[in-house]
Design a protein around this ligand. Sequence first.
Ligand code: NAD
Ligand code: UDP
Length: 332
Amino acid sequence: MRVFVAGGAGYIGSIVTQRLLDAGHQVTVYDSLVKGHRQAVPLEAQFVLGDILDRPTLDAALGAEPYDAIIHFAAFIEAGLSMQQPGTFFRNNVAGSMTLIEAAAAHGVKKLVFSSSAGVYASKDTPLVEDDPIGPVSVYGHTKRMIEETLVWYHRIHGLRFAALRYFNAAGATPPVRGEAHHPETHLIPLVLQVALNQRPRVLIFGDDYPTSDGTCIRDYIHVLDLSAAHILALRALDEYPVLICNLGNGAGYSVKEVIDTARQITGHSIPAKVVDRRRGDGPVLVADASRAKALLGWVPQIPELRDIIASSWAWHQAHPKGYDSDEQGDK
Ligand code: NAD
Ligand code: UDP
């Protein structure tokens, strides 16, 4: 297949791009590098520097060759920040995605895989299934829901086949080459590992008064390689199912304190932690029931243990204590 990967210079997109190439697909990465890293893009992929909000550049890229599918990762990802800067998130994630989807339809692309999120759901104590109530508690989560709904209309009107993959918490790496390097970093596991590298004095725990066993938020961490496999399976499954909405998670919840404790065991560092106020936009518990992805995509996570997920991340952080080399050259 010829696959157009929007946001393919980012954490998840670059790893999916490598897996697509490994599976024999041709890949064009389209990324503005607003957050991504040129160095993360595999050399065998074509690279187009462009913004999904820029329709003429998108048209030129999508018109250059006939694409069988688009995988759309390009978005801003920080739920907490979306509560401070809602307009930035609506513009990039909603207006940007709509521009890309419109261009996809105009260029006759038949399949689209969209990076959705657990953030579309209302928090629930038991594993979430896809038909559970939608109830985003952040602007970020709402932008993901808006695009899922938009895709339904493009399916009805233009026959666009789409998969909305609702990732729970992506984590882990493919050391030594690719790993999680967000600027600014807001995700728990890389922040904890930066403390273990003595780059931060302590990790802040955002609230310990949630209605959970130890009072901290519970999340379901999924290895980025398992996410990658699901994308490739979804591209194929869209031949059979025109619309796929699937959770991607391990079905096991870990509290913030449990994540920090596991990282202490792996790194041998004491990882000091301090409890501070809750972060706006966080729900107490988000854990996936991924039965649908297993049944419809034939997806079987290979690295389900939190320990192994954090260990792969730790290996990458140790190999790249400053992130990607090009970050030091000021590509941000
Ligand atoms: P990332 O920031 O590492 O990657 C996003 C990429 O998109 C970056 O390379 C960035 O430069 C690019 N981008 C952003 N806006 C763009 C624009 N307007 N035009 C062109 N390129 C643009 O993020 P990630 O962690 O790899 O996440 C990828 C996708 O997965 C996002 O859509 C995110 O919302 C979704 N997601 C991530 C997680 C997670 O835990 N990381 C969980 C659920 C969903
Ligand atoms: N978290 C925290 N301290 C941090 C970063 C995150 O306590 O410095 C918590 C956050 O409140 C959430 C969990 O860790 O409950 C996972 O947050 P992350 O930002 O990694 O992912 P999210 O669940 O927001 O997608």
